[in-house]
Design a protein around this ligand. Structure first.
Ligand code: SUD
Ligand code: ADP
Length: 274
């Protein structure tokens, strides 16, 4: 049995630069990963089986289309694997929430299958397969701090970040990535700056925030509360939302913020940068 973590992805900064003719947008984004997230468990079996457990299982159980099974099928086709697998996904992250849950699950499935079948993780065809599954899947496959350009899949690893305490907060409204990009106002506000990753993050923006806030005004409330917490180093929305993150000086500051968030009844996860 292979246990493969599918850590939550953060866009510490996300600059949208241009609309492309193929319906996507050119981005510059600083990807980082958390210590916690979903979990993929995979083992050889008599027949293909897929089960979903965990607090957000219900949000996915009704659909037969899951990024995990799509990733497993794509891997089997690309690498000529005929042996069936039993896969369990433990869904701890809210669905369609800007922290790449589905992309992280797909990437963890690819990593688990690659390990089981002796495929090196740095093979270009594995990266290409990941990119076909979604713009964020290559970043999640790499799973380390990196700058993403193009659709977010042209990756350049950068030095890691300090393992700062993180609080993830989601007000419980799913936000469609395509709908948020469609509302982007088309104004290029400039590239990421230079320097160490934390400085790049703090000097950066999330250009999708205005569009997401218009679709889900609860995001305003989350960001206002997180930004007002003592000891907060950065509070911002991740990806296309609605999950927001805050980085803290220390765990005590995160605990104070967690209590304030708990009073509002929003989903929250105490974690740290990986
Ligand atoms: C916004 C980001 C930032 O990391 O994260 P999430 O909010 O999804 O976590 C990603 O770019 C999302 O990547 P991912 O979720 O894999 O996107 P995909 O499934 O490939 O695309 C969903 C839709 O989003 C839009 N899209 C996505 C990426 C991109 N660079 N430009 C886009 O315009 C397109 O309309 C596309 O059809
Ligand atoms: N394993 C999965 N986890 C989450 N969402 C999934 C999964 N498989 C398919 N999806 C679909 O993918 C969409 C994007 O989900 P997700 O990756 O969680 O969003 P985001 O990248 O914004 O965090 C959802 O609308 C959901 O229906």
């Amino acid at each position: 049995m292979i246990r493969e973590p599918a850590p939550a992805k953060l866009n510490l900064a996300l600059h949208v630069r241009a609309r492309r003719p193929d319906g996507y947008h050119d981005l510059e984004t600083l990807f980082a990963f958390c210590r916690d997230g979903d979990l993929i468990e995979l083992a050889p079996a008599e027949a293909n089986r897929f089960a979903i457990a965990g607090p957000f299982a219900a949000a996915l159980e009704e659909s037969t289309d899951n990024l995990v099974t799509r990733a497993a099928q794509a891997f089997a086709t690309a690498f000529g694997v005929t042996r069936p697998h039993a896969i369990t996904l433990t869904k701890n992250l809210p669905v369609a929430s800007g922290i790449g849950g589905g992309s992280a699950d797909a990437a963890a499935t690819l990593r688990a299958l690659a390990r089981l079948h002796g495929v090196p993780l740095d093979r270009p065809d594995l990266h290409a397969l990941a990119a076909e599954l979604g713009a964020d899947v290559p970043a999640c496959l790499l799973g380390r701090t990196a700058i993403g350009r193009g659709r977010g899949d042209a990756l350049r690893p950068v030095p890691g970040l300090p393992s700062l305490p993180v609080l993830l907060v989601n007000p419980g409204v799913p936000v469609s990535t395509a709908a948020v990009f469609a509302r982007w106002d088309g104004a290029d506000r400039g590239p990421l700056g230079g320097g160490d990753p934390l400085s790049v993050a703090r000097a950066g923006r999330n250009d999708l925030e205005p569009a997401a806030r218009a679709l889900a005004p609860e995001i305003d409330e989350v960001l206002a509360l997180l930004s007002a917490q003592p000891g907060v180093l950065l509070a911002r929305m991740s990806g296309s939302g609605a999950t927001c993150f805050a980085l803290f000086e220390d765990e005590r500051a995160r605990a104070v913020a967690r209590d304030a968030v708990a009073e509002r009844g929003w989903w929250r996860l105490e974690t740290a940068l990986a």
